[in-house]
Design a binder for this molecule. Sequence first.
Ligand code: X2X
Length: 337
Amino acid sequence: MSITRRHLIASAGAVALPALSLRPAIAAPEFSIKYGNNLPLTHPMNTRANEMAAAINAESKGRIDFQVFPNNQLGNDTDMLSQVRSGALDFFTLSPLILGTLVPAAQISGVGFAFKDYGQVWSAVDGDLGAHVRKQIAAGSSLFAFEKIWDNGYRQITTSTRPITTPDDLKGLKIRIPPSPFWVSMFKAFEASPQTINFAEVYSALQTKVADAQENPLAIIATAKLNEVQKFCSITNHMWDGFWFLGNKKSFDRLPQDLKDIVTKHINAAGLKQRDDVKKLNDSLQADLKAKGMAFNNTEAELFRNKLRGAGFYAEWHKKFGEEAWAVLEKYTGKLV
Ligand code: X2X
Protein backbone atom coordinates (compact mmCIF):
# COMPACT_ATOMS: atom_id res chain seq x y z
CA MET A 1 0.00 0.00 0.00
CA SER A 2 1.97 2.99 -1.13
CA ILE A 3 1.18 6.27 0.51
CA THR A 4 1.33 9.17 -1.86
CA ARG A 5 0.67 12.74 -0.90
CA ARG A 6 -2.26 14.49 -2.42
CA HIS A 7 -0.74 17.06 -4.66
CA LEU A 8 -2.06 20.50 -5.07
CA ILE A 9 -0.87 22.83 -7.74
CA ALA A 10 -1.98 26.14 -6.47
CA SER A 11 1.28 28.02 -6.58
CA ALA A 12 2.79 31.40 -7.13
CA GLY A 13 4.00 30.26 -10.55
CA ALA A 14 0.45 30.35 -11.77
CA VAL A 15 0.39 34.09 -11.37
CA ALA A 16 3.05 34.51 -14.00
CA LEU A 17 1.29 32.10 -16.35
CA PRO A 18 -2.28 33.34 -16.64
CA ALA A 19 -3.14 30.72 -19.27
CA LEU A 20 -2.81 27.94 -16.71
CA SER A 21 -5.91 26.77 -14.92
CA LEU A 22 -5.97 27.72 -11.27
CA ARG A 23 -8.09 24.69 -10.37
CA PRO A 24 -6.26 22.19 -8.20
CA ALA A 25 -5.50 18.89 -9.92
CA ILE A 26 -7.67 15.96 -8.88
CA ALA A 27 -6.17 14.50 -5.73
CA ALA A 28 -4.10 11.39 -6.28
CA PRO A 29 -5.22 8.41 -4.18
CA GLU A 30 -3.56 8.22 -0.78
CA PHE A 31 -3.64 4.43 -0.69
CA SER A 32 -3.19 2.09 -3.56
CA ILE A 33 -4.40 -1.41 -2.71
CA LYS A 34 -3.57 -4.47 -4.75
CA TYR A 35 -5.69 -7.61 -4.65
CA GLY A 36 -4.70 -10.73 -6.61
CA ASN A 37 -6.45 -14.02 -7.41
CA ASN A 38 -6.09 -17.15 -9.50
CA LEU A 39 -9.39 -17.22 -11.40
CA PRO A 40 -10.50 -16.16 -14.89
CA LEU A 41 -11.99 -12.71 -15.37
CA THR A 42 -15.42 -14.20 -16.09
CA HIS A 43 -15.67 -16.13 -12.80
CA PRO A 44 -18.03 -14.51 -10.24
CA MET A 45 -15.03 -13.96 -7.99
CA ASN A 46 -13.79 -11.35 -10.45
CA THR A 47 -17.08 -9.84 -11.54
CA ARG A 48 -17.91 -9.22 -7.86
CA ALA A 49 -14.37 -8.09 -7.03
CA ASN A 50 -14.42 -5.51 -9.80
CA GLU A 51 -17.79 -4.21 -8.68
CA MET A 52 -16.50 -4.10 -5.11
CA ALA A 53 -13.31 -2.24 -6.12
CA ALA A 54 -15.38 0.44 -7.84
CA ALA A 55 -17.62 0.76 -4.77
CA ILE A 56 -14.62 1.07 -2.42
CA ASN A 57 -12.95 3.67 -4.60
CA ALA A 58 -16.15 5.68 -4.89
CA GLU A 59 -17.07 5.55 -1.20
CA SER A 60 -13.51 6.50 -0.21
CA LYS A 61 -13.96 9.55 -2.45
CA GLY A 62 -10.83 8.72 -4.37
CA ARG A 63 -8.60 8.26 -1.32
CA ILE A 64 -8.27 4.55 -2.15
CA ASP A 65 -7.29 3.07 -5.49
CA PHE A 66 -8.31 -0.59 -5.15
CA GLN A 67 -6.98 -2.68 -8.02
CA VAL A 68 -7.92 -6.24 -8.93
CA PHE A 69 -5.34 -8.53 -10.57
CA PRO A 70 -7.20 -11.64 -11.81
CA ASN A 71 -6.07 -14.84 -13.44
CA ASN A 72 -2.64 -15.29 -11.86
CA GLN A 73 -1.39 -12.06 -13.44
CA LEU A 74 0.87 -11.54 -10.43
CA GLY A 75 2.09 -15.14 -10.36
CA ASN A 76 0.61 -18.47 -9.27
CA ASP A 77 -0.91 -19.17 -5.84
CA THR A 78 2.43 -20.05 -4.29
CA ASP A 79 3.91 -16.76 -5.57
CA MET A 80 0.93 -14.68 -4.48
CA LEU A 81 0.91 -16.31 -1.03
CA SER A 82 4.50 -15.25 -0.48
CA GLN A 83 3.75 -11.76 -1.85
CA VAL A 84 0.84 -11.22 0.51
CA ARG A 85 2.87 -12.57 3.44
CA SER A 86 5.59 -10.01 2.78
CA GLY A 87 3.17 -7.17 2.07
CA ALA A 88 4.12 -6.82 -1.61
CA LEU A 89 0.48 -7.74 -2.23
CA ASP A 90 -2.24 -6.36 0.08
CA PHE A 91 -5.07 -8.83 -0.45
CA PHE A 92 -5.33 -12.34 -1.86
CA THR A 93 -8.10 -14.94 -2.00
CA LEU A 94 -6.92 -18.46 -1.28
CA SER A 95 -8.43 -21.88 -0.65
CA PRO A 96 -8.24 -22.84 3.04
CA LEU A 97 -6.50 -26.03 1.93
CA ILE A 98 -3.67 -24.26 0.07
CA LEU A 99 -3.39 -21.93 3.05
CA GLY A 100 -2.75 -25.19 4.89
CA THR A 101 0.84 -25.06 3.70
CA LEU A 102 1.20 -22.12 6.12
CA VAL A 103 -1.63 -22.59 8.63
CA PRO A 104 -2.42 -26.34 8.83
CA ALA A 105 -5.51 -25.78 10.99
CA ALA A 106 -7.19 -23.89 8.13
CA GLN A 107 -7.70 -27.11 6.19
CA ILE A 108 -10.47 -28.35 8.46
CA SER A 109 -13.26 -26.86 6.30
CA GLY A 110 -12.14 -29.15 3.46
CA VAL A 111 -12.71 -32.49 5.16
CA GLY A 112 -14.03 -34.89 2.53
CA PHE A 113 -17.81 -35.43 2.41
CA ALA A 114 -18.23 -33.40 5.61
CA PHE A 115 -20.94 -30.87 4.72
CA LYS A 116 -24.18 -32.34 3.40
CA ASP A 117 -25.35 -29.07 1.89
CA TYR A 118 -24.72 -25.33 1.70
CA GLY A 119 -26.85 -24.79 4.79
CA GLN A 120 -24.25 -26.68 6.84
CA VAL A 121 -21.36 -25.01 5.02
CA TRP A 122 -22.42 -21.43 5.74
CA SER A 123 -23.48 -22.15 9.34
CA ALA A 124 -20.05 -23.62 10.00
CA VAL A 125 -17.79 -21.17 8.19
CA ASP A 126 -19.81 -18.10 9.25
CA GLY A 127 -19.99 -19.58 12.75
CA ASP A 128 -17.62 -21.20 15.20
CA LEU A 129 -15.63 -23.24 12.68
CA GLY A 130 -14.78 -20.15 10.62
CA ALA A 131 -14.00 -18.18 13.77
CA HIS A 132 -11.61 -20.92 14.90
CA VAL A 133 -9.83 -20.90 11.54
CA ARG A 134 -9.60 -17.11 11.33
CA LYS A 135 -8.10 -17.05 14.79
CA GLN A 136 -5.45 -19.58 13.74
CA ILE A 137 -4.67 -17.55 10.60
CA ALA A 138 -4.20 -14.34 12.57
CA ALA A 139 -2.12 -16.09 15.26
CA GLY A 140 0.08 -18.09 12.93
CA SER A 141 0.93 -15.71 10.09
CA SER A 142 1.32 -12.10 8.99
CA LEU A 143 -2.18 -12.42 7.55
CA PHE A 144 -5.78 -12.11 8.65
CA ALA A 145 -8.98 -13.29 6.99
CA PHE A 146 -12.11 -11.22 6.50
CA GLU A 147 -15.23 -12.58 8.11
CA LYS A 148 -17.12 -13.86 5.08
CA ILE A 149 -15.32 -16.57 3.18
CA TRP A 150 -15.99 -16.51 -0.59
CA ASP A 151 -17.28 -19.60 -2.37
CA ASN A 152 -15.45 -21.99 -4.66
CA GLY A 153 -18.05 -24.74 -4.46
CA TYR A 154 -18.39 -28.50 -4.24
CA ARG A 155 -15.60 -30.14 -6.20
CA GLN A 156 -16.13 -32.64 -9.03
CA ILE A 157 -13.61 -34.86 -10.82
CA THR A 158 -12.90 -34.50 -14.54
CA THR A 159 -10.73 -36.80 -16.65
CA SER A 160 -9.61 -37.22 -20.23
CA THR A 161 -9.54 -41.00 -19.90
CA ARG A 162 -12.52 -42.57 -18.14
CA PRO A 163 -15.47 -41.65 -15.97
CA ILE A 164 -15.04 -42.11 -12.23
CA THR A 165 -17.95 -44.19 -11.00
CA THR A 166 -16.43 -46.02 -8.02
CA PRO A 167 -13.38 -45.39 -5.83
CA ASP A 168 -11.54 -48.11 -7.76
CA ASP A 169 -11.58 -45.86 -10.83
CA LEU A 170 -9.26 -43.50 -8.98
CA LYS A 171 -6.54 -46.13 -8.51
CA GLY A 172 -3.34 -44.98 -10.17
CA LEU A 173 -5.10 -42.00 -11.81
CA LYS A 174 -2.70 -39.17 -12.63
CA ILE A 175 -4.80 -36.46 -11.08
CA ARG A 176 -3.74 -32.86 -10.63
CA ILE A 177 -4.37 -31.45 -7.17
CA PRO A 178 -3.63 -27.99 -5.74
CA PRO A 179 -0.56 -27.57 -3.51
CA SER A 180 -1.85 -28.66 -0.10
CA PRO A 181 -0.95 -31.42 2.36
CA PHE A 182 -4.64 -32.19 2.79
CA TRP A 183 -5.28 -32.81 -0.92
CA VAL A 184 -2.24 -35.06 -1.20
CA SER A 185 -3.41 -37.10 1.77
CA MET A 186 -6.97 -37.44 0.45
CA PHE A 187 -6.02 -38.60 -3.03
CA LYS A 188 -3.38 -40.94 -1.66
CA ALA A 189 -6.12 -42.45 0.50
CA PHE A 190 -8.02 -43.00 -2.77
CA GLU A 191 -4.85 -44.71 -4.11
CA ALA A 192 -4.64 -42.21 -6.96
CA SER A 193 -1.38 -40.79 -8.21
CA PRO A 194 -1.82 -37.12 -7.22
CA GLN A 195 0.34 -34.41 -8.76
CA THR A 196 0.67 -31.05 -7.09
CA ILE A 197 0.29 -28.26 -9.66
CA ASN A 198 -0.74 -24.64 -9.18
CA PHE A 199 -3.98 -23.63 -10.89
CA ALA A 200 -2.05 -21.30 -13.22
CA GLU A 201 -0.56 -24.35 -14.93
CA VAL A 202 -3.57 -26.68 -14.87
CA TYR A 203 -4.92 -26.12 -18.38
CA SER A 204 -1.56 -26.81 -20.00
CA ALA A 205 -0.82 -29.76 -17.69
CA LEU A 206 -4.06 -31.36 -18.85
CA GLN A 207 -3.50 -30.43 -22.47
CA THR A 208 -0.02 -31.97 -22.53
CA LYS A 209 -1.20 -34.99 -20.46
CA VAL A 210 1.16 -34.29 -17.62
CA ALA A 211 -2.05 -35.06 -15.73
CA ASP A 212 -5.08 -37.00 -16.97
CA ALA A 213 -7.51 -35.64 -14.43
CA GLN A 214 -8.26 -32.77 -12.07
CA GLU A 215 -11.01 -31.81 -9.65
CA ASN A 216 -12.80 -28.46 -9.36
CA PRO A 217 -16.29 -26.99 -9.07
CA LEU A 218 -18.26 -26.56 -12.31
CA ALA A 219 -17.95 -22.76 -12.24
CA ILE A 220 -14.18 -23.14 -12.59
CA ILE A 221 -14.34 -25.99 -15.10
CA ALA A 222 -16.50 -23.78 -17.31
CA THR A 223 -14.83 -20.37 -16.88
CA ALA A 224 -11.31 -21.83 -17.22
CA LYS A 225 -12.55 -23.89 -20.20
CA LEU A 226 -11.15 -27.11 -18.78
CA ASN A 227 -13.83 -28.93 -20.82
CA GLU A 228 -11.63 -28.26 -23.86
CA VAL A 229 -9.01 -30.61 -22.42
CA GLN A 230 -11.19 -32.99 -20.37
CA LYS A 231 -13.89 -35.35 -21.57
CA PHE A 232 -15.62 -36.80 -18.50
CA CYS A 233 -17.06 -35.07 -15.49
CA SER A 234 -18.00 -37.22 -12.52
CA ILE A 235 -20.20 -35.58 -9.92
CA THR A 236 -18.47 -36.64 -6.72
CA ASN A 237 -19.05 -33.55 -4.52
CA HIS A 238 -16.05 -34.91 -2.62
CA MET A 239 -15.42 -31.69 -0.73
CA TRP A 240 -16.63 -28.15 -0.35
CA ASP A 241 -14.00 -25.47 -0.96
CA GLY A 242 -13.94 -21.72 -0.42
CA PHE A 243 -11.58 -18.77 -0.65
CA TRP A 244 -10.56 -16.86 2.46
CA PHE A 245 -10.22 -13.19 1.60
CA LEU A 246 -6.79 -12.63 3.15
CA GLY A 247 -5.12 -9.36 4.00
CA ASN A 248 -1.61 -8.51 5.11
CA LYS A 249 -2.06 -7.20 8.66
CA LYS A 250 0.59 -4.50 8.49
CA SER A 251 -0.51 -3.05 5.21
CA PHE A 252 -4.17 -3.01 6.28
CA ASP A 253 -3.19 -1.27 9.51
CA ARG A 254 -1.85 1.65 7.51
CA LEU A 255 -5.42 2.59 6.65
CA PRO A 256 -7.26 4.96 8.97
CA GLN A 257 -10.30 3.39 10.67
CA ASP A 258 -12.88 5.00 8.39
CA LEU A 259 -11.22 3.52 5.30
CA LYS A 260 -10.77 0.14 6.99
CA ASP A 261 -14.50 0.12 7.65
CA ILE A 262 -15.32 0.92 4.03
CA VAL A 263 -13.02 -1.81 2.70
CA THR A 264 -14.27 -4.40 5.20
CA LYS A 265 -17.92 -3.66 4.53
CA HIS A 266 -17.55 -4.01 0.75
CA ILE A 267 -15.37 -7.13 0.85
CA ASN A 268 -17.83 -9.00 3.07
CA ALA A 269 -20.84 -7.81 1.07
CA ALA A 270 -19.25 -8.81 -2.23
CA GLY A 271 -18.45 -12.23 -0.75
CA LEU A 272 -22.12 -12.83 0.02
CA LYS A 273 -23.16 -11.88 -3.53
CA GLN A 274 -20.39 -14.02 -4.98
CA ARG A 275 -21.72 -17.00 -2.99
CA ASP A 276 -25.12 -16.65 -4.66
CA ASP A 277 -23.58 -16.34 -8.12
CA VAL A 278 -21.40 -19.41 -7.70
CA LYS A 279 -24.25 -21.53 -6.38
CA LYS A 280 -26.47 -20.56 -9.31
CA LEU A 281 -23.69 -21.30 -11.79
CA ASN A 282 -22.82 -24.65 -10.25
CA ASP A 283 -26.51 -25.59 -10.39
CA SER A 284 -26.95 -24.62 -14.03
CA LEU A 285 -23.66 -25.39 -15.75
CA GLN A 286 -24.08 -29.11 -16.26
CA ALA A 287 -26.38 -28.56 -19.20
CA ASP A 288 -24.00 -26.04 -20.82
CA LEU A 289 -20.98 -28.29 -20.43
CA LYS A 290 -22.93 -31.28 -21.77
CA ALA A 291 -23.85 -29.26 -24.85
CA LYS A 292 -20.11 -28.62 -25.30
CA GLY A 293 -19.42 -32.36 -25.31
CA MET A 294 -18.62 -33.29 -21.73
CA ALA A 295 -19.99 -36.61 -20.49
CA PHE A 296 -21.47 -36.52 -16.98
CA ASN A 297 -22.13 -39.26 -14.47
CA ASN A 298 -23.32 -39.32 -10.88
CA THR A 299 -21.66 -41.26 -8.10
CA GLU A 300 -22.60 -42.69 -4.73
CA ALA A 301 -20.90 -40.62 -2.05
CA GLU A 302 -21.03 -43.39 0.54
CA LEU A 303 -18.68 -45.62 -1.52
CA PHE A 304 -16.05 -42.88 -1.61
CA ARG A 305 -16.52 -42.00 2.01
CA ASN A 306 -16.07 -45.66 2.99
CA LYS A 307 -12.86 -45.81 1.04
CA LEU A 308 -11.52 -42.82 2.98
CA ARG A 309 -12.71 -44.33 6.24
CA GLY A 310 -11.02 -47.63 5.50
CA ALA A 311 -7.77 -45.89 4.62
CA GLY A 312 -7.75 -44.22 8.04
CA PHE A 313 -8.12 -40.78 6.47
CA TYR A 314 -10.65 -39.42 8.97
CA ALA A 315 -8.79 -40.85 11.95
CA GLU A 316 -5.53 -39.30 10.74
CA TRP A 317 -6.98 -35.81 10.30
CA HIS A 318 -9.06 -35.99 13.45
CA LYS A 319 -5.77 -36.51 15.27
CA LYS A 320 -3.99 -33.74 13.34
CA PHE A 321 -6.71 -31.12 13.83
CA GLY A 322 -7.20 -32.16 17.45
CA GLU A 323 -10.19 -33.06 19.59
CA GLU A 324 -11.42 -29.53 20.11
CA ALA A 325 -11.43 -28.42 16.46
CA TRP A 326 -12.93 -31.73 15.32
CA ALA A 327 -15.77 -31.28 17.81
CA VAL A 328 -16.47 -27.83 16.36
CA LEU A 329 -16.64 -29.34 12.86
CA GLU A 330 -18.97 -32.14 13.98
CA LYS A 331 -21.20 -29.62 15.72
CA TYR A 332 -22.24 -28.62 12.19
CA THR A 333 -21.88 -31.85 10.23
CA GLY A 334 -22.93 -34.47 12.77
CA LYS A 335 -20.68 -37.44 13.56
CA LEU A 336 -18.31 -37.96 10.66
CA VAL A 337 -16.94 -41.43 11.07
O1 X2X B 1 -6.40 -24.63 -7.68
C1 X2X B 1 -7.59 -24.92 -7.78
O2 X2X B 1 -7.99 -25.99 -8.23
C2 X2X B 1 -8.64 -23.92 -7.34
C3 X2X B 1 -8.76 -22.86 -8.38
O3 X2X B 1 -9.86 -24.54 -7.15
C4 X2X B 1 -8.21 -23.35 -6.05
O4 X2X B 1 -7.87 -22.21 -5.96
C5 X2X B 1 -8.21 -24.27 -4.90
